[in-house]
Ligand binder design. Structure first.
Ligand SMILES: *Cc1c(COP(=O)(O)O)cnc(C)c1O
Length: 369
């Protein structure tokens, strides 16, 4: 008889449920024999505008170097980020997506016997990264679907090494202000690393969402994590970054893969940072699309959670799984979030005006039947 290699995995890994991504368009097309061109995917908080021409040109220019390893230190991108955000290059950690950053933190600072604090309804990668290294996740009940920062601070114990918070949070879209963040950071012991996940921060410019970087000087235990996957539109390339103290960045640098960000991603991210036109267009489309969906939900008598991300969680006040199935049959992919403890909700990413309109049309049909 062969060995049970599940039982041989470390206990944290045995209990892990893998991350469930949004259903790919081609998969749904195969399953239902649909034309992929007619399918609308609003399931993974992807940028609906398509890649920026400047990014495509940067990738094209990099292609002849494909046989070479990338710059393992990401010198050019770090330099640009340092300039943009008035920090030192030594404070920056580049990641294979910001998902990589979260895992580097877990690997460097968590272990069996230690714990990470995060909120109910928080990003699924926090429990995965925590359990994968054998540490325990301390889940703090949410307040009005958002982070209860007071309760999170109170949940920190002598074995807590990391707190994961997201602003805005995915999948709820909820956020906290500068005062709340300041009060929270003041309460967290200096020895506990606070990971402030700002994956959607670029959508929030000009709003009351705080800029985590402004808290770095006063709080050396803070790490701000950001990504090129959302507002910059580079999800497929996998590139994100963290800004922290140089010491924390140095620790993360010890555990990362030597070439964790590929050369096309590095070139694309540099080009994307300079492409203010694309970012402005992303924000504009997102604001308009958010209003389009909110208006439709109101007309349908549905409740939703106000969101500062590029997605919105809508409540059907009953099991949303059959509604999701009916939407899929019509070629519309959104995200069920029952695994986040929200079985009556679906999370809908903001698409183009036409994609949103198609979703709304199909939703009307599904809810009428
Ligand atoms: C999308 C997302 C990320 C980042 O994903 P990457 O593509 O790995 O950069 C991180 N945190 C949250 C909350 C997200 O929603």
């Amino acid at each position: 008889m062969s060995c049970d290699f599940l039982a041989l995995a470390q206990p944290g890994v045995q209990k892990l449920s893998p991350y469930v991504p949004g259903k790919p368009v081609d998969e749904l097309a195969r399953e239902l024999n649909l034309d992929p061109a007619g399918i609308v995917k609003l399931a993974s908080n992807e940028n609906p505008l398509g890649p920026s021409p400047k990014v495509l040109a940067a990738i094209q220019a990099e292609l002849p170097e494909l046989t070479r390893y990338p710059d393992g230190n990401g010198f050019a991108l770090k330099q640009r980020l340092a300039q943009r955000y008035a920090v030192r290059s030594e404070q920056i950690t580049l990641g294979n997506g910001s998902n990589d950053i979260l895992e580097l933190v877990a690997r460097a600072y968590l272990a069996p016997g230690l714990n990470a604090v995060f909120s109910e309804h928080a990003f699924a990668v926090y429990p995965i990264a925590t359990q994968a290294v054998g540490a325990t996740g301390k889940v703090v009940p949410a307040k009005n679907w958002g982070h209860d920062l007071d309760a999170m601070a109170a949940a920190i114990d002598e074995n807590t090494r990391v707190v994961f918070i997201a602003n805005p949070n995915n999948p709820t879209g909820t956020w906290f202000g500068a005062d709340e963040l300041g009060r929270f950071l003041a309460r967290v012991p200096e020895s506990v690393l606070v990971v402030l996940d700002e994956a959607y921060i670029e959508y929030a410019e000009g709003s009351d969402l705080p800029d985590g970087l402004e808290f770095l000087a006063a709080h050396p235990n803070l790490l701000v994590s950001r990504t090129f996957s959302k507002a910059y539109g580079l999800a497929a390339l996998r590139v994100g970054y963290a800004i922290s103290s140089a010491q924390i960045a140095g620790v993360l640098n010890r555990v990362r893969q030597p070439f964790n960000v590929n050369s096309l991603a590095l070139a694309a991210a540099c080009a994307a940072l300079d492409d203010t036109e694309y970012l402005t267009a992303s924000r504009k489309a997102n604001t308009a699309g958010m209003r389009q969906l909110e208006t439709a939900f109101a007309e349908l008598g549905l409740q939703w959670i106000a969101s500062k991300g590029n997605f919105i969680a809508v409540d059907f006040a009953r099991d949303a799984a059959p509604i999701n199935q009916a939407l899929l049959r019509e070629g519309v992919i959104v995200r069920p979030i029952a695994s986040y403890g929200m079985p009556t909700f679906l999370r809908v990413s903001i698409g183009t005006e036409a994609e949103n309109a198609r979703f709304i049309e199909v939703l009307h049909k599904v809810l009428a039947s």
